[in-house]
Write a protein that binds this ligand. Sequence first.
Ligand code: CA
Length: 221
Amino acid sequence: MKVLIVEDERKVGQFIEQALAEQSHTARLVGTCEAAREALAESSYDAVILDLGLPDGDGFDLLREWRAAGFNEPVIILSARDAVSDRIRGLNLGADDFLSKPFSLEELLARVRALLRRQGGAKATVLEHGGVRLDLLARSVAVDGRPVELTSREFALLELFLQNRGRVLTRTLIAERIWEAHYDMETNLIDVYVRRLRQKLGATDDKPLIRTVRGTGYQFT
Ligand code: CA
């Protein structure tokens, strides 16, 4: 399990980071809104533990941005602000849970586990966006109801895009996830695959589906 901890009180953050590591989880600790934005834009996490009072902004704003961008990582707010109005605001903005400081580490870990169990049970088997529908169980893809034949690598690439909608996926990340160790970064194979995927999905200039981010990679919009 991979957890992003957004916490500016270094001691608190390291305490959580260490506890997660002891349970064989991977944790990444960031202390500012800017670092949190970058972390979540470049990778997906199984859960996010989010503080509200951060030196360069408010955790509520981060949460609002993430949800608006389609990021659906489960978020637990961990804050000293525990008025009922704060809790309601957090949940309304799309937080999955709210724990007030001071907190018990045991309780935090139990809540993270509970959240992941719930997520696991409700994990989507159909990914859908912009008329594109990918069924993970049936291994089928349709665009506006019309079936589209994809090779297994094209399917994996589309799944990666749909799972990370709104996120700029770098060529390196795409290569690692789809080709694993077998990709030669000197080639333009990824671009060839993306072009073919666009064609098969019927992308047009008006509706490009997969946006090229010059010099970086691609973004499913
Ligand atoms: Ca804080």
